[in-house]
Write a protein that binds this ligand. Structure first.
Ligand SMILES: [Zn+2]
Ligand SMILES: [Zn+2]
Length: 348
């Protein structure tokens, strides 16, 4: 079967590898859809993510859906062959202090697929721990099921931001996560939602997802606009969903006194700075968001009710053989590409 390996900066290659057998506690999956995440683009463009780099070629991809082809021993009875599932990339140990206290996303022994040294989902078939696959209803498409992972990331950030009815919200960066933050703020009853980006098609999507003011950072100063439109007060909550610099400072400058800034993006330089006087004088609460915790059920519920259009995010689909093109389209912000999807069962 075919798998796509990341070899180095802007170098992804497809090659033939042997099929794996599911071991005890694992399922064998036919992979249906895989999203190319901003964090995959960090790896693709920089060769590392947060200072962690891969010593040998690795299969990327952690936003994925599939169908169960075979069950290993000791797989729980709610899973069966033919079941469509979302693949949770994280397998926490369930033993450490943080797992035991409900913070499995902060597990000390976390295994995470598509992140060195665990191979990811950009392959035709893969084995995965049965406890990290989540059955999805037929009303959610393969692409939608793969997008439950980024929706979980946005849900986690939204919970940290705790948007209240009638509050004003800013989201900087209208990639997949930013768009989902916009949508969740709308569903949470925000009053005005401001969204910023530099690409018109992403701002159009933000409007579709519920943003009231879509600000093109190449045309206007987003901070000035937010302050003007809120009578100099600023927003209650700002979500940073770009690559952090200089958008984190825009969030701080656009936040009201006592406001909250949630950092969801990953800075390319693995560092970011905030103007101390701004944060201090406003007594801002700055919260860093790390992936997600126990969000699949809520994500499935929102998708099933039709409250979030996950399919709209993944319209750009490529077969596995053209994975290099998919990475290029995502990395170079090709027109209209929100989440570039790799579809391992698609012929091409
Ligand atoms: Zn991701
Ligand atoms: Zn743990």
């Amino acid at each position: 079967m075919q798998a796509a390996f990341f070899h180095g900066v802007r170098d992804v290659r497809v090659r033939e590898i042997a099929d794996a057998e599911p071991r005890a506690g694992e399922v064998l999956l036919e992979v249906r859809a895989v999203g190319i995440c901003g964090s995959d683009l960090h790896t693709y463009l920089l060769g590392n993510i947060g200072g962690v780099s891969s010593r040998e070629p690795i299969v990327l991809g952690h936003e994925a859906s599939g169908v169960i082809l075979a069950l290993g021993a000791e797989v729980p009875p709610h899973l069966r062959v033919g079941q469509r599932v979302a693949i949770d990339p994280a397998t926490p140990c369930l033993q450490c202090e943080f797992c035991q206290h409900g913070q499995q996303h902060l597990c000390l022994n976390l295994k995470f697929m598509g992140y060195f040294p665990q191979h990811g989902a950009m392959q035709e078939r893969m084995t995965h721990p049965a406890r990290s696959v989540v059955p999805v209803p037929d009303s959610i498409s393969d692409v939608g099921a793969a997008m439950l992972e980024p929706l979980g990331v946005a849900l986690h950030a939204a919970r940290l931001g705790a948007v209240q009815h009638g509050e004003d919200v800013l989201v900087t960066g209208c990639g997949t996560i930013g768009l989902l933050c916009v949508r969740l703020a709308r569903l949470a009853g925000a009053r005005h939602i401001f969204a910023t980006d530099r690409y018109a098609w992403r701002l159009d999507m933000a409007a579709n997802f519920g943003a009231d003011y879509c600000l093109n950072i190449d045309r206007v100063d987003p901070v000035e606009e937010v302050l003007r439109l809120t009578n100099k007060r600023g927003v209650d909550v700002a979500f940073e969903a770009a690559w952090v610099t200089p958008t984190a400072n825009q969030c701080a400058l656009a936040a009201r006194n006592g406001g909250r800034v949630i950092i969801v993006g990953i800075p390319a330089e693995d560092e970011f700075t905030l103007k101390a006087s701004v944060v201090r004088r406003k007594e801002l609460t700055i919260i860093y968001s790390r992936r997600m915790n126990h969000t699949y059920e809520a994500a499935i519920a929102l998708a099933e009710r039709g409250l979030i259009d996950l399919d709209a995010l993944g319209k750009h689909q490529m077969p596995l053989a053209r994975v290099a093109e998919a990475f290029k389209a995502a990395a170079d912000y090709h027109n209209g590409v929100v989440r570039a999807m790799v579809m391992p069962q698609m012929k091409g």
